[in-house]
Write a protein that binds this ligand. Structure first.
Ligand code: PMP
Ligand code: GLU
Length: 398
């Protein structure tokens, strides 16, 4: 029997972050002492008050199917959070909770993009965006940025990338993988361009909102002339260390929320009722419960930037959010270690895994092939050890 997979499947690639985490785990199971800086997930535990809310939900038998877009009081809590933290007015009917922000974004892309339409992805972009567009049969258009501009797009570059086929712009701020955070002024300058192109919708992925070292988060949905075209994505995975609970959400124009609900109703139904209640408690809590994590990430960021500054060939900017560094390693291309030649960032990432036993992710999957991503969601001692291993591995290159 021929093992034939669909054309849709053939269009997709495996998530590079997940693939690297899998390789690192395989080596670990084989007894190799791998330091994993590949998968983007906080190394903290979910705060007690959120876990307690989940336990209470089980005890109170909130264990049945819920409405597809989520429990009414959880959507109420998310609506209040959007207002309190972001100045966004989304009624509960404009909110859909999903199995992680990953599903939230997929729902939106599938709701809006037709085959042949274009989606602009400022690079570096989060790995899964491009494949989500492929799911819908759309085409993604990479809009490159540079380390000199802190990996942020400039308004004239955005203007030049928009065509009559452009349906969506997807970006994250704080950004995975660059850690860059758009300021209010930068968002306003991009918004001025977007106002001139009423066919373009915007997915603003704000999942790293709480891991921000600038003290100021800006949601593009607050801009009055754009609010009918903005879908704000957020979730509890990063800010509240809840990756395994699988809970993300959107605030969107009501017709888009309804469309997402329709898709979700045929694919997964609502996410887990217990995770919904826990997420409701998370977004209703004082956002300062995320502060311990945020300040730990800041210390680690500085430790990593300093450590990398002593390693020749790795150029880094100073990310203002999330928990990633995205060094440009192109100065190492062409160097050799024994029979191995480092031709690109994927080769370098593989070299670090196999020789230094440090797992990172090559920049190709983020649309920026000269960089690699390091997640510093690991303990300070692990980070120091990783820096020492990377330094030795780079020194061994000829
Ligand atoms: N957006 C970005 C930018 C991410 O890094 C991630 C990965 N955690 C997600 C969305 C999806 O997160 P989750 O599905 O865990 O809510
Ligand atoms: N978003 C995280 C990352 O970028 C988790 C992995 C994934 O969902 O792809 O590493």
């Amino acid at each position: 029997m021929q093992q034939r997979t669909s054309q849709l499947l053939n269009r997709l690639s495996e998530s590079a972050t997940i693939a690297m985490a899998r390789k690192a785990n395989e080596l670990k199971s084989a007894g190799v002492d791998v330091i994993s800086l590949s998968l983007g997930e906080p190394d903290f535990d979910t705060p007690e008050l959120i876990k307690d809310a989940g336990i209470e939900a089980i005890k109170n038998n909130i264990t049945h199917y819920t409405p597809v877009p989520g429990l009414p009081d959880v959507r109420e809590a998310i609506s209040a959070k959007f207002k309190r933290d972001n100045g966004l007015d989304y009624a509960p009917s404009q909110i859909v909770v999903s199995n992680g922000a990953k599903q939230s974004i997929t729902n939106v892309v599938l709701s809006l993009v037709d085959p042949g339409e274009e989606v602009i992805l400022p690079a570096p972009y989060w790995v899964s965006y491009a494949d989500m567009v492929a799911f819908a049969g759309g085409t993604h258009r990479v809009l490159p940025t540079s380390i000199e501009h802190d990996f942020k797009i400039q308004p004239d570059e955005l203007e030049a990338a928009i065509t009559e086929k452009t349906r969506l712009l997807i970006y994250s701020s704080p950004c995975n993988p660059s850690g860059s955070v758009y300021t209010v002024q930068e968002i306003e300058a991009l918004a001025a361009v977007l106002k001139r192109h009423p066919q373009v919708y915007i997915i603003s992925d704000e999942i790293y909102e709480l891991i921000n070292f600038t003290g100021k988060h800006c949601s593009i949905g607050t801009i009055e002339e754009l609010k009918d075209r903005v879908i704000t994505v957020n979730g509890v995975s990063k800010g509240f260390a809840m990756t395994g609970w699988r809970l993300g959400y959107i605030g969107a124009p009501e017709w888009i929320a309804k469309a997402c609900s329709k898709i979700q109703g045929q694919v997964t139904s609502a996410p887990c009722s217990i995770a919904q209640v826990a997420a409701g408690a998370a977004v209703s809590a004082d956002p300062r419960i995320a502060e311990t994590m945020r300040s730990a990430f800041l210390v680690r960021r500085d430790l990593m930037i300093e450590g990398l500054s002593f390693i020749p060939g790795l150029k880094v900017n100073k990310p203002m959010g999330a928990f990633y560094l995205f060094p440009d390693v192109s100065a190492l291309f062409g160097k050799t270690a024994g029979p191995r030649t480092i031709q690109n960032a994927e080769d370098f990432s593989m070299y670090l895994l196999e020789e230094a036993h440090v797992a990172t992710v090559g920049g190709n999957a983020f649309g920026t092939p000269e960089c690699i991503r390091l997640s510093y969601a690991a303990s300070e001692s692990q980070l120091k050890e990783a820096l020492s291993r990377i330094s030795k591995a780079v020194a061994a290159l000829q």
